[in-house]
Structure formats: structure tokens, C-alpha cells
Write a protein that binds this ligand. Structure first.
Ligand code: DHE
Length: 527
């Protein structure tokens, strides 16, 4: 053995790391036993400057298993070798051996040695206020403020603000890296909040289309939800296993709730949803069979007569944001709510079905016959044959299920050219638009009659390029489709004639969100 300093692999940070590299080099020069390609050293030398000494992100995204889950197999090695187009991620294929790249990739898939503390003080320390922002006294553009679209361009991490009448791009702003899920609007439509997978929440004022501030509410986050009164923004986190509640006013922290099931097990939050009529946020938990309801109203409803949860432990009604924990027979991943927010439909984790839970009584009331991994989060409802029906795509099967919301039975299954991801319609449109997101036909978009459930047209806007995610303008006159490509576009269609009207070049536009449809909770869009 030797008295010489060793690499501290679990506690290294900044300067320690640099020291470690120096020591390693010394070891090597002296013919020491320390391997040249220690993963920590590789990381410090090549990655830390952009991704942070602690792997929690910086100029580049966090490099932790929770963020890299989608880079399965050798995909991460491929990114390290070849870099990423249209980003600042360089190719390391010329500098590192195949073996070093494999070592590095394996290291990045390892969990962090310790889960970082991400409490209120830490979150607030990340706040970045835009010094150039001055609050305007009214909209500083001529467009209808309620007919704006926010388009998320994931290809180069921007949002574009689009005038929904003229279909002109009014402004383009940088966002945090890797935005996921739908941005959420304040109830008056003035502000929009955007979230990234690394937990950054950005507040943008649409009156002058400027960033107000951003804060990192989690280390790895899932999505955000706006309270019905517009005061709070809830952030669902995987890492740490918490729900962060921010004040929408200044992004200060109102609460960080640890998520621990009745069995004492901590759980990640798959997603948080708003349930405005109930003055609550509803949480889907990833690791325990429970739904949580977190109330934000002054006088939380349902407390007086729902006894089963009152009996189940301390509720802390005097505390802000009291929690109701509803036990389920199974873990549910993906949710869809009835328009009145009484019923929540949830998909089982095994992808073999689902359940309906009545939030008023706090119990499962029906099973859903939905094999093939339904993507309930993309569901939409409309009126058909005197009843409300809901349609959902399936991530594994080329089929859309249509469910009667009164008896929860599947009334039809529409066969498509492949599994889809998103569905959209509008109260003023006779059609629903369903993308094919997976497989050889992912460049097609089906337009389906809401009454006959027949496909009336299959569009192929750019052969070979994924066409996905539709959103209507506030009047249901236009349907906007994303060409999900670096060299992509948002394509504007006449929603009645289905003719293309305009193509707006965009950089991998994922979702687009119309202010009016969102703040009025249009049945044809996501909430
Ligand atoms: Fe999403 C919304 C979960 C992968 C693009 N996605 C959502 C929501 C959830 C969710 C819970 C609803 C949140 C909201 O809007 O408030 N997504 C998941 C997953 O569990 C999954 C399958 C795996 C994961 O990596 O997290 C997943 N999602 C993807 C993608 O690979 C997509 C296609 C590309 C991307 O950006 O990562 C993707 N998800 C989206 C988009 C929305 C979304 C564009 C918003 C839809 C909307 O119109 O509201």
C-alpha cells in the first residue's frame, strides 16, 4: 500500500476533483496501480464543466439515472461518441477510447452516492430573477392575448409565442433544457410556467413575452400543475421524492412535502394534476398504491363527510396544504379526469387495464378494460349519442379506445396505422386528430369523425418525419400539427376543410398550447 493520497470517489466536489486528477496523473507518472480511466476522473475531465461537479446539471442537463432513463442500451454511449445535433454537446469519439466511453456511460447510469438535499432553502437559493424584466401595464402586442399559442421547441430549448389569429410568430425565448409536459397558464392567461426534466420552473409574462424568473424546484421532475385560484404551482418530483409547491407570484417556496405512503415507503410522484372544483392537486404516486389529494383552498371541501381518510392518521387540517391519502388496489401511473373532476381514470402500471376512482367517496368504483398501455393523460371527451365519451390512444397498440363515461364500458376501438401518443379536438370541430407516434407510419395523422368514429382522412404532412401533437385555436377554426424534427415545423390546417394553410419552421416543436383552450378547460385538450 502507499501513503500517497487516494481518489475520494464518493465525496468529491470541485476542487477535490481537480486534486484527484492531479494525484491520478502523479500516480500514473510514477507507474502507480491507479487505473488511468477512473470513471470519476473521466467525468471530471470531460463532463463536469457543463454538467456540474455533482452531476446535477449546469450548462448541460443533469447526468443521473433518473434523467437518463430513456437512453437505454448503448444510446448513452452513442451520444457521448457522436455528440448531439443542434446542442453544445460535443462528440468525444476522437478523444476517448470505446472502453472509456463505456466506463463513463456505466458511471452515469449509477445512482448518485447521496440524494442531494433539495429543501425550501436550497430551492430558493437557485432562484434567478430576470433583471431586464419590467412588469408591463398591459399586453405589449396587438394579438388577442387569449388566442396566443405557446409552442415548445425541444430541438434547441425555446418557446415560440404565436398569434392564433394571424399565425405569426410574435417572439421566441430560451427555456431551461429538456422541457417536458404541458406548460401551465395562470387563470387569466397572462403568465405561463414551463418545467424542465431537471426541475427548473420558468415564469414568462405573455404581455411582454419576457421571462420573469426561474427556480429549480426539484432535481428530477415530472410535471407541474396550477391551482384553480392561480396562487400556487405544484411540481411533481422523482428526485427527491417530494412535491414542491411554489408561489406563482415570486416562485418562493410555500411547501416541500415528503411523499411517504401509509406503509412508510417513500414514493416518487409520477404526475400532479389540478382539480380546480375541488380546490386540490391530485397526485399519481409511482411507488405506492395511493392517490394523494393536496388541498389549497381556504375552506377545504369534503372534509366533513369523507370519513375513511379522516380515520387514517393525522391530517393536520390546521396546516396549509392538508393531504388526503386514498388507498388503491394497484399502483396507477397515468390519469384522466372527468370534466367535473369527480372521477379519475388511472392506468395500471402493467399496462393491462385501469381503474376508475371516485374522488368524493375516495374509492375505486369500476375497472377499465384497456389493455395495450393506454395513454390516459392524452384523453379527450365529447358528446356522442346522448352520453359523454372519452377516447385514449395506446402506447403499444395501433388502436384508440372510446369509453362511455357513464358506465365505463369500451364502446369502440378505432384501428390506426400504429400506436399513438396524443389526441385532440375542440368543441367546435366535428373531428378528433390522432397521431401515430411509433412504428413505420409515425409520419401520419388521422382525422376521425367524432360521431361515426370513422377515419375521414389520413394526412402525411412530411413523409418520413414524425407528425404529432395537435392543438386548436380558441375558435376551433385551425388545427396545428408538429413536425417533430430538428428541421421541423408547425403546420396550420383549416380544421373544417383539412387543407394546409401555412408551415411555420420550428426546431423540433413538441407540444403547443392555446391560452383560451387551456384556461377554459376545453374538453378537446389536455389540462
Ligand atoms: Fe410525456 C405530458 C409522462 C415521455 C412529450 N408526459 C406528459 C404528462 C405526463 C407524461 C405525466 C402530463 C403532464 C402535464 O402535461 O402536465 N412522458 C411521460 C412518461 O412517463 C413518459 C412515457 C416517459 C418519460 O420519459 O417520462 C413520457 N413525453 C415523453 C416523451 O418521450 C415525449 C414524446 C417527448 C419529450 O418531450 O420527452 C413526451 N409529454 C410530452 C408532451 C406532453 C407530455 C409534449 C404535454 C402534452 C400536452 O399536450 O399536454
Amino acid at each position: 500500500d502507499t501513503d500517497m493520497p487516494r481518489l475520494e470517489v464518493t465525496t468529491f466536489k470541485g476542487k477535490n476533483m481537480i486534486r484527484s486528477i492531479v494525484f491520478s496523473s502523479v500516480f500514473c507518472a510514477l507507474g502507480s496501480v491507479v487505473a488511468a480511466a477512473e470513471p470519476e476522473v473521466l467525468f471530471a475531465t470531460h463532463c463536469a464543466v457543463c454538467h456540474g461537479d455533482d452531476r446535477l446539471g449546469g450548462l448541460g442537463p443533469a447526468l443521473i439515472p433518473e434523467s437518463l432513463r430513456r437512453l437505454k442500451g448503448d444510446k448513452l454511449e452513442a451520444v457521448i461518441t457522436h455528440g448531439r445535433d443542434a446542442t453544445q454537446m460535443p462528440a468525444f469519439g476522437d478523444q476517448l477510447s470505446t472502453e472509456d466511453i463505456a466506463t463513463l456511460a456505466a458511471f452515469l447510469h449509477e445512482p448518485l452516492p447521496e440524494i442531494p438535499v433539495w429543501d425550501a432553502a436550497k430551492i430558493e437559493s437557485t432562484l434567478i430573477v430576470n433583471e431586464d424584466y419590467t412588469a408591463p401595464t398591459g399586453p405589449e402586442h396587438k394579438a388577442d392575448p387569449l388566442n396566443l399559442f405557446v409552442v415548445v421547441e425541444t430541438g434547441d430549448h425555446h418557446i415560440s409565442v404565436l398569434d392564433g389569429d394571424t399565425m405569426e410568430v410574435l417572439n421566441r425565448l430560451p427555456t431551461p433544457l429538456a422541457v417536458h409536459g404541458g406548460p401551465k397558464f395562470s387563470p387569466d392567461g397572462r403568465y405561463v410556467f414551463v418545467m424542465s426534466r431537471d426541475g427548473w420552473v420558468q415564469k414568462v409574462d405573455l404581455w411582454n413575452m419576457s421571462e420573469v424568473a426561474r427556480v429549480r424546484a426539484g432535481v428530477n421532475s415530472r410535471n407541474i400543475a396550477m391551482s384553480g385560484d392561480g396562487k400556487w404551482l405544484a411540481v411533481a418530483n422523482y428526485l427527491p421524492m417530494t412535491l414542491t409547491i411554489l408561489s406563482t407570484e415570486d416562485l418562493s417556496v410555500a411547501e416541500v412535502k415528503d411523499i411517504v405512503g401509509k406503509n412508510g415507503e417513500a414514493s416518487r410522484v409520477s404526475a400532479v394534476y389540478q382539480a380546480p372544483p375541488r380546490e386540490s392537486f391530485v397526485l399519481a404516486l409511482k411507488d405506492v398504491p395511493e392517490i394523494w389529494e393536496v388541498f389549497y383552498g381556504e375552506d377545504p371541501p369534503f372534509y366533513g363527510f369523507v370519513h375513511d381518510f379522516r380515520d387514517e392518521g393525522p391530517l393536520g387540517y390546521d396546516e396549509p396544504f392538508p393531504v388526503r391519502q386514498i388507498t388503491l388496489p394497484d399502483v396507477l401511473d397515468d390519469f384522466f379526469f372527468s370534466q367535473d373532476y369527480e372521477y379519475v381514470m388511472g392506468a395500471s402500471r402493467d399496462g393491462q387495464g385501469g381503474q376508475v376512482v371516485d374522488l368524493v367517496i375516495g374509492h375505486k368504483i369500476a375497472d377499465l378494460d384497456l389493455p395495450g398501455m393506454p395513454h390516459l393523460g392524452s384523453g379527450i371527451t365529447w358528446e356522442r349519442d346522448g352520453t359523454t365519451v372519452m377516447a385514449t390512444p395506446h402506447l403499444r397498440d395501433g388502436v384508440l379506445s372510446v369509453i362511455d363515461m357513464e358506465n365505463w364500458e369500451t364502446v369502440d376501438q378505432i384501428t390506426t396505422e400504429g400506436p399513438g401518443f396524443f389526441l385532440r379536438s375542440h368543441e367546435n370541430s366535428n373531428y378528433l386528430w390522432a397521431d401515430v407516434f411509433f412504428g413505420p407510419n409515425r409520419d401520419v395523422m388521422h382525422v376521425i369523425d367524432k360521431q361515426s368514429l370513422e377515419i375521414v382522412k389520413t394526412l402525411r404532412p412530411a413523409p418520413g418525419k414524425t407528425a404529432a401533437h395537435v392543438e386548436f385555436d380558441r375558435y376551433g377554426k385551425y388545427a396545428l400539427v408538429s413536425l417533430w424534427d430538428q428541421d421541423g415545423a408547425v403546420i396550420v390546417y383549416d380544421a373544417a376543410t383539412l387543407e394546409e394553410i401555412k408551415r411555420l419552421p420550428m426546431v423540433k416543436p413538441s407540444g403547443k398550447y392555446n391560452v383560451f383552450n387551456k384556461i377554459t378547460f376545453s374538453a378537446g385538450t389536455s389540462h
